[in-house]
Write a protein that binds this ligand. Sequence first.
Ligand code: AGP
Length: 609
Amino acid sequence: MCGIVGYIGNKQATEVLMNGLSKLEYRGYDSAGVAIINDEELNIRKYKGRLSVLSDNLSQNKIVGNIGIGHTRWATHGAPSDVNSHPHTNCQNDIAVIHNGIVENYMKIKKWLDEVSDVKYKSETDTEVIAHLIDYFYDGDLVEAVYKAVDKMEGAYAIGVVSKREPDKIIAVRKDSPLIVGIGESENFLASDIPALLKYTRDVYLIENDEFVILTKDNIKIYNEFKQEVNRDIFKVTWNEESAEKEGYEHFMIKEIYEQPKGTRETLDRRLDDDGDIYLDGIKLTKEDLDGINKVYIVACGTAYHAGLVGRTIIEKYAKVAVEVDIASEFRYRNPIIDDKTLFIAVSQSGETLDTLAALREAKKHGARVLSLVNVVGSSVARESDDVFYTWAGPEIAVASTKAFTTQLMAFNMIALHIGLTKGTLTKEEYKNLIEKLKELPDKIKQILDQYEDIQEIADSQFNNEKVFFMGRGVDVNIAKEGSLKLKEISYINSFAIAAGELKHGTIALIEEGTFVVALATQDRLYEKMLSNIKEVKARGANVLALAKENNREISKIADKVIYIPETLDELTPILSVVPLQLLSYYIAVARGCDVDKPRNLAKSVTVE
Ligand code: AGP
């Protein structure tokens, strides 16, 4: 949930660090700082506030130096402030540390340090103890001191360390939080995430858990926790830098909403073989494996969880296997039944959500087979799974997840068809027909995007309405939840999502004159019931926006407004019906003047529990 960068080479470190941090602000942005070494000094600059505060200071008071580390923060321990910003230093200010994650036992370490040394703490953070630990263990060998320090630490961390005692190296360690090394010519790089490096190199090493890295200008060494050197293949990044920029859109979020036709098409097309059959290269589940599965869990957070709810409907329909869906942060604590007959499906855009990673590890510990749907190649969830389905949505920068969601839904459809055909619960003809239906979806998303002006007009009429309900039946309930989350997280409107059948069990008491109700009515077999629910809320003064299939003109006589989605199978409508809700929340947030790409209190990747 923070961004870390490091540089050692011939360039001015300030330029490289600040460029890298600007590409990582989505990981957290309540404060930022750098530590840069030149011959004499270890220079620290760090400030509360957005990256611009730091860059303004650095442009007025330059720091010369070719080695340094930088950090952009999303606070977990200690409120955002200058002193709580990273990098943190030891008492002599000659060791600097940046950290992404949480040192869960930092209070215990503080207590121990108080007994064995006279450390004076400057900040309220957990991170600062790392600098003091390294200082305590330093006995002429910085690498050894770092090994000893992390040996005392529990929790999740990716750390970067520099010291003017040994000014020719950067040391980094990874445990659970992401860490990437960039390979250059007489220069090397460190980062939490690939976009931070793209301007300088496409050749990277993906660092694994419990690995140490020692970067010098001309050398990169990777060691495991037993201090054995590790050989790692170079990962060649194929993204172009522009794809991580906005390409002319006002916000990353609207750019990513408009990338959904391409994203869902790539997710599907790139996995169709010459016969038009689905080929899941990252999934090695055989018929025997599948016949041995008697329980499936889908586990995720936030939007990915909503994708899982839709995934359950699809897998149960096509693969005829019972599925449970759990919120990752709850999964471990409800004593789930897990054994070697369990298939655990983790869904995560970032692949670094620690709640999801922790649930995955719990499932693995009990013998489950782990399949993950992930967007970030080489991320922790992917690397710890037995089978991986990369959604290939491209970098998703906006905190509010959009294209990752629709590609996750496409992925679930493909996995369900694959399992159904493999297990024989789908005939080849049904399988082929369903693939044709999936192929139509990207263009149907485009048709919905072409209605953006109607949606923007509705948003402009409702953006001040603080009473907003989303409701639906069947698979529409899950999209109602996703639409509500989108609106909440970027417009800060406390909206509500319900199964429409639940209205009469209490929540209809909240409906009053002017309440804005978004009613999803796309399910043919539940349409009449939804119509009754719309009439119920209308009778109490609600202003109803209905979502319906394009041939249903009757509903326009009852709802105040209707957004139509193109005709498709009921179970495939979520990939379409979510798009108007993404646009609606986007335009409402813009009308309310909210920071759409970086909503308050949120970060793109939540790497703490
Ligand atoms: C979605 O718009 C939110 N940003 C958030 O709920 C997100 O979906 C959740 O944190 C899970 O992230 P992940 O997919 O990267 O694991």
